[in-house]
Each structure stands twice: as C-alpha cells, then as structure tokens.
Ligand binder design. Sequence first.
Ligand code: SF4
Length: 308
Amino acid sequence: MDFSPYTPCRLCPRQCAADRLDGSPGVCGETAELRIASWGPHMGEEPCFTGTRGSGAIFFSGCACHCFFCQNWQISNVHGNGRVVSPDEFHRLARGLIETGVHNLNFVTPDHFWPHIEALCVRLREEGAQIPFLFNSSGYQLPAMISRYAAHMDIFLPDFKFADPVLARAVMRDERYPEIALEALRLMVAEKGFLEPFDPTGILPARQGVLVRHLVLPGQIENTLGVLEQLREEFGRWLPLSLMSQYTPASAAQTRPPFDRPLTPGEYQAALDHAQHLGFENLFIQPLDAGNDFLPDFDRDKPFTGNP
Ligand code: SF4
C-alpha cells in the first residue's frame, strides 16, 4: 500500500499539505488513520443504485467541504463520529458487504481516504469482485485525481451544489467550488459517460457512468437555476440528474436563515419547472414529504431508520 500521498497531503482542492502520517489532521479533520462511521446495505440512494438488495454504503469520517448545513454533520465535522479501522478490517467489512448481495460498493465522501480505498479496490478485484464500485462525492474533487479514481471506480455520483461563488464562499469557505466541481464533472463524464443502464425503477441496477445530484436549498432558487443552466449547457439534456428536495435544517443551519427551514413546495416546483423547461430527460425527483427515514443520526448503531 502506498500511503505516501498522506504526507504532505494534497489529495483535495484544499491543498493543505498536512502531515497526516505523523498524526496531523488536515482541513478534512482526518489523519492517515482510516476512520469509518457506518456501513451496511443502504436503501436511501436513487433506485438505480439501491435496486432490491441495497447499495453497499461505507460512510467515512471527515470531509473537506464543511458545509454548515451538512446533513451528515455528526461524521463530517472535525472530531466527528467514527472509529479507526485497519486495512485488513476495511477489507473484511467490504467483503462482508459484497456477500450480502448489495448491487454496488458505495464509497461515501471517499476523497480524503483515497490511498486506503485504492488499495482496497485493487485487492477486491484481484479476488474476483464483480460488482460496480461507486464514488459518492461532493463534487469538490481535485481534477488531477479524477483519472486515478476512474481507474478503479465504475460509477461517479457527484453533487453539483453551487453555481454561485458567493454562496459557495458563505457555505464552505471556497468560492472556487463552481469552477472546480464543473471541471471535475467534465472529467468524470469523459471517463465514464452517462449512467447506464438508466432505469428509474431500479429493476436494472446501474453498472457504469455518471449521475449528478443537486440539493435544492431554501431561499436559494437562483443558485439552483444557475446549476441547472450550467449543467444543461455543459452536458446537454440527456445528463442523468437527481434533483433532491430532502433539505433539513441541521447543526449550524438552525440559526442561519433562510437555511433554518425546510424547502417550500413552491421552491421545489420552481426547480422542477426549470429542469423541465431546459429539457432534462433523465431526471430523478423526490417527493417533498419523503419523511425522515433517510435522515441519518450517526449517534445510533443504525443511522437510517429506513434501512432493513
Ligand atoms: S484531503 Fe484533507 S489533508 Fe488532504 S489536502 Fe484535503 S483537507 Fe488537506
């Protein structure tokens, strides 16, 4: 295993150069010790990933984004939940997940632990693992890393959170997010193409390609319209897109209007209307009253009440 990229670490756009092998955490909050907060078959993704047997989700501790409204704040925060896992234990839990029959291995916020994940992927493929590996991320990826990810991943599931640099700066303290994420998305699509098969029923689980997610935020419809327009201009109307309505005020968002309230039906409808106006054909939508089954509480053994 080559863990040298952890020191000095420049794995993500923060480029903070932390000496993680020596125990210094980076902006992402993590040293070179792999920490995992939760894993198991997960039914909370789009049907093309969960199918009938679930997506094999592994939630890593830490994150380089630090969006103040993060729904996974209990694990993405500096000093967030999670426990140290050795490379052999990581391998055992991934093997165990595959044996449950999940449709894919779903690495959630994987960038800052990429050396561990890359080594795991090589080992699993050498052992004959056939299921797709899925890179589930914020969109805040270093463009220079995408080809390395693509050598091991089959599916990219990136967010495109902000088209507005001012909003990106206010939420995650980096106004470069729109340009960084758009370049990362271009490279992901160039490597893997659009998601296929694209089956909204989940009967035919996805094998390869890119699906972009966008979470509509309260009071920020102009940002969403900008996101849709940029995606349409860059990738055309066949880009697989998931327009998410599940925003719930969490953590620091509870004292920061307008992020202290859920989305209104009118806001989500405005987003849908614009997506339809722009002609997006491969669109996942989410009911506003989807409930809290997939709002995580990582203080519980099973963070998602909607999972079996
Ligand atoms: S992954 Fe973490 S330590 Fe590495 S550059 Fe990004 S924030 Fe810094």
